[in-house]
Design a binder for this molecule. Structure first.
Ligand SMILES: Cc1cc2nc3c(=O)[nH]c(=O)nc-3n(C[C@H](O)[C@H](O)[C@H](O)COP(=O)(O)OP(=O)(O)OC[C@H]3O[C@@H](n4cnc5c(N)ncnc54)[C@H](O)[C@@H]3O)c2cc1C
Length: 397
C-alpha cells in the first residue's frame, strides 16, 4: 500500500494538534492584535504593518528559510500551522503569507549570489518579498497566455505589460514577476519561454513601474501593476530564462497546502464563535443551539473541517518526504476552502441579525474566507486538474 506512514506528521495527526509549542507562541503574538485591530484596518483598507512586523520579529515569516540564510528552516507543515493559528485567532494571514511560498522559488531556483543577497534580509524583515505578479487582466487563469514581455537588452531586461490583483505590491520591497521572454509563436509549448524575475519595487516606482490599489470586497491590499519599459537587471532573473513557468508550478503545491491551513483556521474561528453564541443566545426559552436546525450545520462544518485538515496534513507529509503531493495539495485546498465557507455560512445563520453587526467580526471573516474558492486558484481549475491528472479524463480546456 502506498502510504507515508512513519513520518512524524502522521503519528501526531492521530493524537490531535501538532506543533503545540509553536501554536502557543503564534497565539501569544496574535492575542496582541484583537478584533478591533482588524476591524479598523478593514474599514480603512489599511495594511497591518505592526502585525506583520510582530510575526517577522518572532521569526515566523522566516520559518521556511534555511538556518544558513538566517531563517528557522522548519518544514512546510510548521508554516501551515503558523498561518492556521493566525486565522484561527480571528486575524488574517493574507498580509504575510506570500512571503512563505514566494520565497521558495528563490530558494529552489535562485543562484547562491541571489540567495545570499536576499534571503537573510527577508528572514530578518529588512526586505519584504510579499508581491507575486502572475495574473493578468485579459488572460486570467490561462496563465501561459500572459502578455507581459521581458526583452533582454544588454545587461537588463526591459519589461512591458500589466498585472492585476498583485496583492501587497505597495507594502513589499520585492515582487516575483512572471513574464514572457520568448514570444509564444516561437516556442514549441506555451509553458516554455516564460521567465521569473525578482523586481526591486522601490527602485522602479515611477521609472516604468506604476502601482494602483484596487478597491475590493476584502482588505487584501491588492493592486494593478503597470510596467512600461521597466528595467530589471539580468542578475535578477531567477534560474534559466524560459523555464519560469516550471519554477512557479514547483511552488504551487506549497501554496495550496498553506492556503488550506488558512482556510481551516478561518473555519475553526467561525465555528467556535457560532458554537459559543449558540450556547448563550436564548430564544423561545432555550439556547438556540438546542435546535437541530442550528446544531446540524455547525456539526457538519466541524466534520468537513476535520476531514480537510487530515488531507492537508497528508499533503504536507508527502511534500516533506519529497513525494508527489499535487493531488492531495489541490484537494486539501479545495475542500478546506469549502469547509471554511460552510462554517462561515453556519456562523452567519447562527448569529441571525447580529451577524451583520460589524463588531462581531462574523461578516468580515465570512467575506475574507470566500476568497479561497477563487484565489490563488479557483475551484473549477482544481476539479479540472483532478479530472485530468488523477482520474485520467481528457483535458477539458
Ligand atoms: C483578493 C485577490 C487577491 C489576489 N492576489 C493575487 C496575487 O497576489 N497575485 C496574482 O498573480 N494573482 C492574484 N489574484 C488573482 C487570482 O489568482 C485570480 O483571480 C484567480 O486565479 C482566477 O483568475 P481570474 O480572476 O482571471 O478568473 P478567470 O480565469 O477569468 O475565471 C473566471 C471563472 O471562470 C472559471 N473558468 C475559467 N476557465 C475555466 C475552464 N476552462 N473550466 C472551468 N471553469 C473555468 C474559473 O474557475 C472562474 O470561476 C488575486 C485575486 C483576488 C480576488
Amino acid at each position: 500500500m502506498d502510504t507515508v506512514s512513519g513520518t512524524t506528521d502522521l503519528v501526531t495527526m492521530e493524537i490531535g494538534e501538532d506543533y503545540p509549542e509553536l501554536r502557543e507562541a503564534v497565539r501569544r503574538v496574535c492575542a496582541r492584535f484583537p478584533g478591533e485591530y482588524w476591524r479598523e484596518l478593514d474599514e480603512k483598507s489599511q495594511y497591518p504593518t505592526e502585525f506583520v512586523r510582530a510575526l517577522t520579529e518572532a521569526g515566523f515569516l522566516g520559518a521556511l528559510i534555511p538556518e544558513e540564510y538566517g531563517g528557522t528552516g522548519l518544514p512546510l507543515r510548521a508554516a501551515a500551522v503558523i498561518l492556521e493559528e493566525v486565522c484561527a485567532s480571528g486575524g488574517s494571514a493574507s498580509p504575510a503569507h506570500a512571503q512563505m511560498y514566494i520565497m521558495g522559488t528563490l530558494l529552489r531556483h535562485g543562484n547562491e549570489e541571489q540567495k545570499n543577497r536576499y534571503l537573510p534580509k527577508i528572514a530578518s524583515g529588512e526586505l519584504r518579498l510579499q508581491a507575486f505578479g502572475v495574473t493578468e487582466p485579459t488572460t486570467g487563469s490561462d496563465t501561459t497566455r500572459l502578455k507581459t514581455r521581458a526583452e533582454k537588452k544588454g545587461d537588463s531586461y526591459v519589461v512591458t505589460g500589466q498585472k492585476v490583483w498583485t496583492s501587497r505590491a505597495l507594502h513589499s520591497d520585492l515582487m516575483l514577476l512572471l513574464a514572457r521572454t520568448t514570444p509564444v509563436d516561437q516556442v514549441k509549448k506555451r509553458t516554455e519561454g516564460l521567465s521569473v524575475f525578482l523586481v526591486d519595487i522601490k527602485a522602479n516606482l515611477g521609472k516604468g513601474l506604476e502601482i494602483r490599489p484596487i478597491k475590493a470586497m476584502i482588505n487584501h491590499n491588492s493592486t494593478e501593476v503597470f510596467m512600461d519599459g521597466m528595467e530589471v537587471p539580468a542578475g535578477n532573473l531567477i534560474g534559466e530564462e524560459g523555464k519560469g513557468f516550471r519554477y512557479i508550478l514547483d511552488g504551487m503545491n506549497a501554496e495550496r497546502i498553506l492556503i488550506a491551513s488558512e482556510s481551516i483556521g478561518d473555519g475553526r474561528w467561525l465555528l467556535k464563535k457560532a458554537v459559543d453564541y449558540a450556547k448563550e443566545r436564548r430564544v423561545f426559552d432555550r439556547p438556540i443551539g438546542q435546535n437541530q436546525g442550528v446544531q446540524f450545520p455547525l456539526a457538519r462544518a466541524h466534520a468537513e473541517l476535520e476531514a480537510a485538515d487530515m488531507l492537508a496534513r497528508r499533503a504536507a507529509a508527502l511534500f516533506a518526504a519529497g513525494r508527489d503531493c499535487g493531488p492531495d495539495a489541490n484537494m486539501a485546498k479545495m475542500l478546506a476552502a469549502e469547509a471554511a465557507w460552510h462554517a462561515g455560512e453556519a456562523a452567519m445563520q447562527t448569529h441571525g441579525g447580529f451577524a451583520f453587526a460589524k463588531e462581531y467580526d462574523i461578516e468580515r471573516k465570512w467575506r475574507e474566507t470566500r476568497l479561497f474558492q477563487i484565489a490563488p486558484i479557483s475551484t473549477n481549475m482544481i476539479l479540472a486538474y483532478i479530472a485530468q491528472h488523477v482520474l485520467g479524463l481528457p483535458r477539458s480546456y
